[in-house]
Write a protein that binds this ligand. Sequence first.
Ligand code: MF3
Ligand code: CO
Ligand code: CO
Length: 327
Amino acid sequence: MSSLASPPAVLPLANEPCWCGSGRKYKRCHKKSEGRVLQGEVSPMRTVPDHIERPSYADTGMVDRWDEPRVKSPEIIERMRHAGSVAAEILRLTGEYIRPGITTEDVDAYAHQLYVDRGAYPSTLNYHGYPKALCSSANEVICHGIPDSRVMQDGDIMNIDITAYIGGVHGDTNATFFVGDVDPQSRQLVRITEECTWKGIEAVVPGRPISDIGRAIEDHAKAHRLAVVKAFVGHGIGEQFHTDIQVLHYYDSRGSTIMRPGMTFTIEPMIALGTWQHKMWDDDWTAVTADGKRTAQFEHTVLVTDDGVEVLTGGDGAVSPVAPWHR
Ligand code: MF3
Ligand code: CO
Ligand code: CO
């Protein structure tokens, strides 16, 4: 065994011996994991001050579900506008904080304070035991990456997913940010993913089936030879973080639910450079692409209105405030 702990500047060819001295071919040894996101140490859960209203799972990690009307009252909608704008602002400020050389744990600590300052509870904290105030999903991580001791690298793409619970309701939004200097193919992936999200949002029309959303997203992704991740879907949202409405990001004729004014749900496509298939890390949260190629995501919480859609996590304070072609 060689004492080399990290790869040399010049890597072997696939069929040459691995740089680590194992005697195996490089392609059978370290090649597979090089450039991949490595799992770091996760620090203990942070606390939220007592004066901040907490969802029922905050203390136990156990999520109880109840029947919640799909069509929200005007009063709930008003509260959801506020939760949405708080989440959108935290997402934007967190994105501005991101830079090479700091850890995702640092980013979580920063965002945690932003929630607290605004009187919001970070919805992910202890949700089914999830340990942090946000999800940080780098490069080939599709979603639900846990902030840890991994240092963000120049050239990473980093999705940050913020969900704020305030006024008894949740607002859920995410965006993919560039860490330093990012290669053109990854930039294109991120741009098309944001466009896919807005194609989905523009397909929200009362009286139409919810499958219109996935169709619009999938058509746009396919036109750019990108894949739609299938395992994770948008969801109904309100007084509960996740309710029964499912928003597929690809076309499926079973999505026959008719969109009605007053419904609230998320649209959050995950788009990949390679395969749509995923694998799970052994932390049981982190989903990665099966081929290790990069993936991006954007998310908004939307309201179906009488004549279209209102983006509850959009507008002035948002990272992705309107469709890119209207900017
Ligand atoms: N915010 C994520 C979503 O868009 C859910 C994260 S749940 C967690 O639905 F437990 F993984 F944090
Ligand atoms: Co969501
Ligand atoms: Co989210």
